[in-house]
Design a binder for this molecule. Structure first.
Ligand code: FE2
Length: 376
């Protein structure tokens, strides 16, 4: 069965009750934010733009704010072993706590989603400093992950009130990252439809594409995935759940090590993936291995592309095509010791899908890694 792009027709055409302007920032809770910040600056070319910690009057934690293009990462470590931050790190390892969404009205975003069943995480709260004010509210999503709604139209500081502008002395070499393309959540077996319904009913998202386990399976393991997107398409959240296989699926492995549902990967967009992946490789970022055999029949599958296949092959970049164009993508290995969170680098040349054609080749590659870890 081949599942084509499906846009589920809404029975009523109502106004978008949760207009989203984009991804505001992604905050990780981590064991050592200082060293993580160094990694994202040196390897990924993010620039330090703001900081909160002892020197800025914050007594219980340190946060580094990093930016490249429209992508903002926040890395936070707590000093208090009993804090919610430390507990999060103890349970999950380094992981995404906040997938924060940029909105025009954080109060209304909270009201509209809570009214539809969202579990509140933070009532709308005003934060002020000399650069203006920001309103933030938040709701829970899968696992311990939270969506913040950030309203910053009356603010012109470096990041948020409570953060001081800060730059590092490092020579930063950006790698062409532009924006967050999509963020993927792994949820427990049987949880996918529940969370798809959450995004549809509570946040007004639409179901975009359905993969089933025939699309995404190898001999041993499989997953099911559905993609939801908000009204303007700026926010796309694929939701994965494990499917039956002969051995443990990569989603099960994630759930076992993350200890709950959580963010599996963040896809970041570039318009020159050859440069981006080439730089990342030079700087020691590890990617999934793609077998040479992948390139033997890839052109039959995707047709003509602009890039030189030999160059793509030398960098292990994957290629896929849909009705609207093609895309180039590649996945890093997990970026912490637990086999949990990783990144995808994606260059879209018209294609709006997520690389379904690569899933089988990719999963065979992931399973080789799992085999090495003895977790297959
Ligand atoms: Fe992805």
């Amino acid at each position: 069965m081949s599942v084509e792009t499906l846009t589920k027709n809404s029975t009523q055409t109502t106004e978008d009750f949760l207009p989203l302007l984009g991804t505001d920032h992604i905050e990780f809770y981590c064991g050592n934010a200082k060293q993580s910040a160094y990694y994202y600056q040196s390897a990924w070319g993010y620039e330090l733009i703001a900081y909160a910690g002892l020197e800025t009057g914050v007594k219980d934690r340190t946060s580094y704010v990093l930016r490249q293009g429209k992508i903002t990462l926040v890395l936070t470590t707590s000093f208090d072993p009993d804090s919610e931050i430390s507990q999060h790190v103890r349970k999950h390892g380094d992981g995404v706590k906040y997938l924060s969404l940029w909105v025009d009205d954080a109060r209304k975003s909270f009201e509209e989603t809570v009214k539809r069943g969202a579990k509140p995480a933070m009532e709308p709260t005003v934060f002020k400093d000399e650069h203006g004010e920001v309103v933030i509210s938040a709701i829970h999503t899968y696992g311990d992950t939270i969506h913040k709604f950030v309203e910053r139209k009356n603010y012109n500081g470096a990041f948020l009130p409570g953060f001081a502008e800060k730059h590092s002395n490092m020579e930063i070499k950006p790698i062409g990252l532009m924006y967050v393309d999509h963020c993927v959540g792994n949820v427990e077996l049987g949880g996918m439809n529940k969370w798809v319904e959450f995004y549809e009913n509570v946040m007004g998202f639409k179901l975009l594409i359905t993969f089933d386990d025939k699309d995404i399976s190898t001999e041993y393991s499989a997953l099911m995935s559905k993609v939801v997107s908000n009204g303007n398409g700026y926010i796309k959240f694929p939701i994965n759940e494990p499917a039956e296989g002969k051995k443990k699926s990569q989603i099960e492995e994630y759930l076992e090590f993350y200890k709950s549902a959580g963010v599996q990967h963040i896809a970041v967009a570039t318009d020159d993936i050859i440069f981006t992946v080439g730089e990342l490789r030079k700087r020691g970022v590890e990617f999934l291995y793609v077998p040479d055999t992948y390139y033997e029949d890839v052109m039959d599958r995707v047709g003509a592309i602009e890039e030189d296949l030999e160059v793509l092959k030398s960098l292990n970049i994957l290629i896929d095509r849909d009705e609207e164009g093609y895309l180039l993508q590649l996945f890093t290995k997990p970026v912490e010791d637990r086999p949990t969170v990783f990144y995808e680098i994606i260059e879209r040349n018209g294609a709006k899908s997520f690389g379904k054609g690569n899933f089988k080749a990719l999963f065979e590659s992931i399973e080789r890694e799992q085999e090495l870890r003895g977790t297959l």
